[in-house]
Design a protein around this ligand. Structure first.
Ligand code: ATP
Ligand code: ZN
Ligand code: MG
Length: 298
């Protein structure tokens, strides 16, 4: 039986009929909550500002972010019926006839959040220059990516916990290195095999190949890999991204001395980490190694 089927059978994940869209049991959520407390414990002393955005973002910001240039295949936008009585009649008729009723829907002001940090940059830019000590933010959001898959670790709506750092190049690259070290230690402390490797984002199309190669050559993205569904093809459970001053330029993020801010973000894939724990220690949490249970639940 596949890992996904075992997760369904155990009730940890609940089938909705759509690949990559799952309900989660109380037990599954309890593992995520415990892991987030571990994140709080490790990162808590850094004094990050906590902000929680909903899983949808301002479509104008989404457009400005350039997401459609790089990842049009993954994007999700929210559309709604905006018609009158007459339009409503045709809508119902269309549905009745089993035709494509959705094409009459109009784009709303909301796009689905593709990564937890996307709504942050314009928000911070509006506040004005960032202090020379830098800015540090703690985010968590459901994120949408249109990548339906039978791999339980590749979902369409999943949660990303992120720390985002804005400041000088030295500041944000040190931040990223600190979290790479912390990430490895954290995963070891819950009995997971980890490996860090250079990575690239899935930039779309032929032009995307160039962007991906460039990202790799410059070591802009690293991933923390853990075996989830396969020992050979490990799953990225965290990523460590250095954007140089690209977001600083795009959003007008500046430091008090007038220079453009550099940014970096570190993301935890919360469902993937929970799944890595279930894959490594079994589906019965009560039977997990005592040391792991102690680290997670005290
Ligand atoms: P992958 O290469 O596996 O597609 P990614 O490079 O797209 O991952 P990021 O954009 O860096 O991932 O997102 C940060 C973290 O969010 C990832 O390290 C991963 O743990 C998690 N994540 C990304 N995509 C998914 C998904 N489809 N389902 C579940 N978690 C995901
Ligand atoms: Zn990010
Ligand atoms: Mg991806």
């Amino acid at each position: 039986m596949s890992f996904l089927d075992r997760l369904f059978e155990s009730g940890l994940l609940i089938d909705t009929g759509v690949d990559g869209l799952y309900g989660r049991s109380g037990q599954f959520e309890d593992v995520i909550a415990a892991f987030e407390r571990l994140i709080d414990k490790i990162g808590g002393a850094d004094g990050a500002e906590a902000i929680r955005f909903p899983p949808g973002m301002n479509r104008a910001y989404f457009e400005k972010s350039g997401y459609m240039k790089s990842f049009p295949q993954l994007a999700g936008t929210v559309h709604s019926f905006c018609g009158n009585d007459h339009d409503h009649m045709s809508l119902l008729q269309c549905m009745e006839e089993g035709k494509d009723w959705a094409k009459e829907q109009k784009a709303t002001d909301i796009a689905l959040t593709p990564a937890a940090c996307y709504p942050l940059y314009p928000t911070v830019a509006k506040r004005g220059p960032i202090s020379m000590e830098g800015g540090l933010f703690d985010l968590q959001s459901y994120c949408f990516r249109h990548e339906p898959s039978k791999d339980p670790a590749r979902q369409q709506l999943f949660r990303m916990r992120e720390y985002v750092c804005m400041g000088t190049e030295a500041h944000v690259t040190t931040f990223r290195q600190t979290w790479m070290d912390r990430g490895v230690d954290m995963m070891k402390s819950i009995g997971l095999d980890v490996e860090i490797d250079v990575a690239n984002d899935p930039f779309f199309g032929r032009a995307g190949k160039l962007l991906a190669n460039n990202q790799r050559d410059q070591n802009l993205k690293f991933e923390l890999l853990i075996p989830v569904t396969s020992q050979a093809n490990k799953t990225a459970c965290m990523s460590f991204n250095y954007h140089q001053d690209a977001f600083g330029q795009k959003w007008g993020l500046s430091l008090k001395d007038g220079s453009v801010a550099h940014t970096a973000c570190v993301g935890f894939g919360l469902e993937r980490i929970a799944l890595a724990l279930f894959a490594q220690h079994g589906l019965d949490v009560a039977a997990w190694p005592e040391a792991v249970r102690k680290t997670l639940w005290g």
